[in-house]
Ligand binder design. Structure first.
Ligand SMILES: [Zn+2]
Length: 153
């Protein structure tokens, strides 16, 4: 007969610092200047955003920098109304995948500029394919949230 062990559910937090490296450094410096940078794969031609050092499809370095559009279409979204460790902002908020115009991958960011208090109202406004535009913070520090959110056009 197998012995049963009691378990304790707990949580481990591991604070750490992640070096941006040259590609993310340039990407985040762009954020400070209200610019969104991607990199283009010379093999498949895709424009990847945020900028990446290599194409995950072709496994070749991406050395061509492209300033991409600040407009795009919503491709997927999730309404978050609870707190969790590491969340990007206070709930409720909408995590969104946005296909910026002229790019070939979805950019994960926040959808804002609408009243998020009532999910039923949000459902009446937010839909995949809706046009969005970048809204920037007044003061920027070279962080992903220098771009405050994407708002409906
Ligand atoms: Zn490629």
């Amino acid at each position: 007969m197998a012995k049963e062990y009691k378990t304790l559910k707990t949580e481990i937090r591991l604070p750490y610092e992640l070096s941006y490296g040259p590609v993310w450094t340039r990407f985040f410096e762009g954020m400070r200047e209200k610019k969104i940078y991607g990199t283009k794969c010379e093999k498949c031609g895709r424009i990847l955003v945020p900028a990446r050092s290599f194409c995950p499809r072709c496994f070749v370095d991406t050395n061509a920098w492209v300033e991409v559009a600040q407009t795009g279409k919503l491709t997927a979204w999730s309404y978050i109304n609870y707190r969790y460790f590491g969340m990007p902002t206070e709930p409720p908020f909408i995590g969104a995948l946005i296909r910026l115009d002229g790019t070939d991958v979805d950019f994960l960011h926040l959808l804002g500029g609408i009243d998020l208090a009532d999910l039923d109202k949000v459902r009446g406004i937010v839909h995949n394919g809706m046009q969005l535009k970048a809204v920037w913070q007044e003061e920027r520090i070279g962080h992903i949230l220098d771009l405050e959110h994407f708002a409906p056009v």
